[in-house]
Structures are given as structure tokens and as C-alpha cells.
Design a protein around this ligand. Sequence first.
Ligand code: FES
Ligand code: FES
Length: 207
Amino acid sequence: MTERRGVSRRGFLKGLGAAAVTGPVGFAGIAMAAKADEEAAAVPVLGPGATPVRLKVNGKVHDLSIEPRVTLLDALRDTIGLTGPKEVCDRGACGGCTVLLDGMAVCGCMMLAIDVGDREVTTVEGLCGPDGAPSDLQQQFVAKDALQCGYCTCGMVTAAEGLLRSKPVLSPDEVRAGISGNLCRCGTYTRIVEAVIATSALRRKGK
Ligand code: FES
Ligand code: FES
């Protein structure tokens, strides 16, 4: 293979941009272009084939071999086999795929698995007790009859758990605002809010 010499077009353009800011294009621009090439070469290129990705999910470490383009949601559902987070819109519009990342609610469909890094992922399955018993919040969803078809429920419960962890005492308006990224086509919002408020009250009493 012939060795490529000089600077790449991309490096040249990058150097040109830098030189345009600092002064006339000349040796300085070419030197900057070469530096830009060096910097680009130092960044490891991953993919397009499968690459090792380590995910910590619900307290367990999973060493996966997946393409860098795989979303967190697809890695959870298709590779690890956790189907609680649902793929509904696949574009950040419905919240059906909600998971917790270090306790904060995020859309699994909007993030690449490879970008999770060391952060702990919790899915709705991970909210249950060690024996698989439903959490207090999950029990309140049942007690308040806060679901119909159930398709939004896993995302809704996970989003509500993230909300309760960030603010243990919540007003109904705060709950409504907190779960506003999660859509329920069956319209069970009133009962969902009741379930979250009831859980908040129980947690405050230490139950
Ligand atoms: S499936 Fe991710 S937000 Fe709808
Ligand atoms: S219970 Fe059917 S979409 Fe929410």
C-alpha cells in the first residue's frame, strides 16, 4: 500500500480554519493542519463492526460485543434480554424506553450503549426487590389501577422512580411535570399521579 504523505483534506481545512482566526494562511496553516491530523489519528476509531462494550445493569456487569451504533435500548432488549423498557417511537418522543442512568431518567432509544461508560443502568426489572417482589411504587400502580393496556407502564414507573429519587416530596403538579415526557395513550394520568403521590407519602412514613 502506498504511504500517504502530507496533510489530509480534512486536516488542511481544519488548519485553514485555525489560521483564518490567527493570521494569514501559510506555513502556520499547514503546521496546524498536520497537528489536526495527528490529533485525529490519536482518537481510536471504533466500528463499524462489533466492539466490546461493558454495561452495568441492575447490579450485574454484562460484557457485550456489539456495533457502536447500537442504542442502549436495543442492547438491553436484544442482547441482554431485558424487555421491560419498550421500543415505541424510537425517537425520544414517548418515554416508553425510559431507564435510569445513575438514578436519572433517560430515554434508552436516544443514547448509544457505548456512551454509557461506568454509569449504572437500572431498568424496571431492577426496581423489584432481590426476590422479584414488586417495589412500593409498582405496588401503588396496581393498588391505584394506574394502567390499562400497560404498554407505557414500564417507562412510566421508571420515570416516576427517577422523579421520587430526585425529589421525595412532590405535589401533583410536580408529578405531572416530572412525567410529562412519558405518554399514555390510554389516558391513565390521573391514577398514575395518585400512585406516585401515595408512594411519596409511604416513603416519608418509612414504609
Ligand atoms: S421509544 Fe424511546 S422515547 Fe419512545
Ligand atoms: S396504559 Fe395503555 S398506554 Fe398507558
